[in-house]
Design a protein around this ligand. Structure first.
Ligand SMILES: Cc1cc2nc3c(=O)[nH]c(=O)nc-3n(C[C@H](O)[C@H](O)[C@H](O)COP(=O)(O)OP(=O)(O)OC[C@H]3O[C@@H](n4cnc5c(N)ncnc54)[C@H](O)[C@@H]3O)c2cc1C
Length: 415
């Protein structure tokens, strides 16, 4: 690998959806762009259920045809199952908006992220895997220096006019600069894996993501049908609760599956494909999203509990918005914090709307069914949010009324 001795225009750290998107859209405008990934690609990752609103960034990246050809299961809706096993009427996206952009996929992330990585290379980015950024030396002014550990050993130093932190939950730069703010109420873990022969409605064609509560609403499962007769199933709960008895993850998973009749039924003939994995998923925000010559995107910007499958949508969207700000800054020779972070305030507003939905989900006294009985006109708006449309003004009124209903439910608990 021949590294540039002069500064790269843009170095993106981390080749998940956020990093690959940012790298592709900066490189295609002709800027010298380097995308670095510490793992060997394709690499395994959690996070398989997309939101339909990913459509717009995927379209701009020019990969919709490849996604159609990849054989991923199409996702057409979302369904919730109560602790007693009562299955909600599914929220079908097309019921509210029949356009193509209202359906999406359940993806195997290794294949999906590889597609994004190859696309960034096609658009002109230099894409290098098995190369870890071990240090970023943020100077008072750009260019900044990055220390790399390459696959064959030697430590390399390069420079960049703009550094994009797309390192996911590692949040390399955000941690170095002490920017992370943890949400103490959402310290969750997930125990998850892939099953074969779990019950599904329509194998390998059109499917829904199902969210199933366990008894007493102490935890919940995701149920994401994938291609090849596989289903991704994950148990999510408070870290302090799920891991408290120091039991093996398999035992914790099995005990909770027993306490979830609708999942038990779906698993009657199922077998685990590979050992279960345990992942931490603590929610957090960052107190500053950009500085002179650097910007945060995707999970490095912030992480929201995965119950509504918001992660990849936010990664793609922030990658796209950051790329536009970087391009505009590079051509004007302005890579200031104001320029690189010019998109972050309105983006953060949309993220907060998703966060309100998450709070509603975890407020046991609150019921979405009751909320919709009181506000039947909001069913379409709620489907819009499940599609991922949190960044439009029309989401604001619904979210405000939702917040009031959740606060009333919380107040009733205290009284
Ligand atoms: C339990 C759980 C379930 C989830 N379910 C869903 C879901 O169903 N749908 C959904 O949309 N989202 C889901 N998510 C969220 C989703 O996984 C993430 O939001 C998404 O992957 C974020 O993309 P990203 O590009 O920001 O980061 P990532 O996809 O994490 O990519 C970051 C990359 O940076 C690399 N990296 C890290 N440090 C360095 C370094 N120092 N040098 C070089 N490379 C580095 C990593 O190896 C990684 O490849 C879930 C998350 C969790 C925890």
């Amino acid at each position: 690998m021949q590294w540039r001795s002069s500064p790269y225009d843009c170095v993106v750290i981390g080749a998940g959806p956020a990093g690959c998107t940012a790298a592709a859209l900066v490189a295609e405008r002709g800027h010298a762009t380097l995308l670095l990934e510490r793992e060997r690609m394709p690499r395994f990752h959690v996070g398989e259920s997309l939101m339909p609103d990913t459509f717009w960034t995927l379209q701009r990246l020019g990969i919709l045809d490849q996604l159609h050809a990849a054989g991923f299961v199409q996702k057409v809706g979302v369904q919730f199952v109560s602790p007693s096993g009562t299955e909600s009427q599914p929220f079908y996206f097309a019921e509210h908006d029949p356009r193509m952009c209202s359906r999406t996929w359940h993806v195997e992330r290794a294949a999906f992220d590889q597609l994004l990585f190859d696309n960034a290379a096609r658009k002109g980015a230099t894409c290098v895997d098995q190369t870890k950024v071990v240090d970023v030396r943020v100077q008072p002014a750009s260019p900044h220096e990055l220390m790399l550990k390459t696959a064959d050993g030697p430590q390399v130093s390069i420079r960049a006019r703009v550094v994009v932190d797309a390192t996911g939950q590692q949040a390399l730069l955000a941690n170095r600069l002490g920017l992370r703010v943890m949400n103490p109420d959402l310290k969750k873990v997930a125990i998850w894996g892939h099953y074969r022969n779990a019950r599904r409605t329509a194998p390998d064609t059109e499917e829904i993501t199902t969210i199933l509560h366990t008894a007493g609403k102490l935890a919940w499962f995701w149920y994401i049908p994938l291609s090849g007769n596989k289903v991704s199933i994950g148990l999510v709960g408070d870290a302090a609760y799920l891991l408290k008895q120091d039991k093996q993850p398999e035992a914790v998973f099995a005990a909770h599956a027993e306490a979830c009749p609708a999942l038990r039924d779906r698993l009657t003939d199922a077998e685990l494909v590979a050992p279960l994995q345990v992942v931490r998923e603590f929610s957090y925000t960052t107190r500053q999203h950009a500085g002179d010559g650097w910007v945060l995107v995707g999970d490095a910007f912030g992480f929201i509990d995965p119950v509504y499958s918001t992660g990849v949508l936010l990664a793609l969207r922030s990658g796209e918005l950051a790329a536009d700000a970087i391009h505009a800054g590079l051509i004007r020779d302005d890579v200031s914090a104001e320029q690189l972070g010019s998109w972050t305030a309105s983006y953060a507003q949309g993220v907060e709307r998703f966060r309100s939905l998450v709070t509603a989900f975890y407020t046991n006294e609150f019921s979405f069914a009751d909320f919709l009985r009181r506000h039947p006109d909001y069913r379409g708006g709620l489907i819009d949010l499940l599609i991922g449309r949190a960044f439009v003004d029309s989401a604001a009124t619904l979210v405000t009324d939702l917040q009031h209903a959740v606060q009333a439910a919380q107040a009733a608990r205290v009284a």
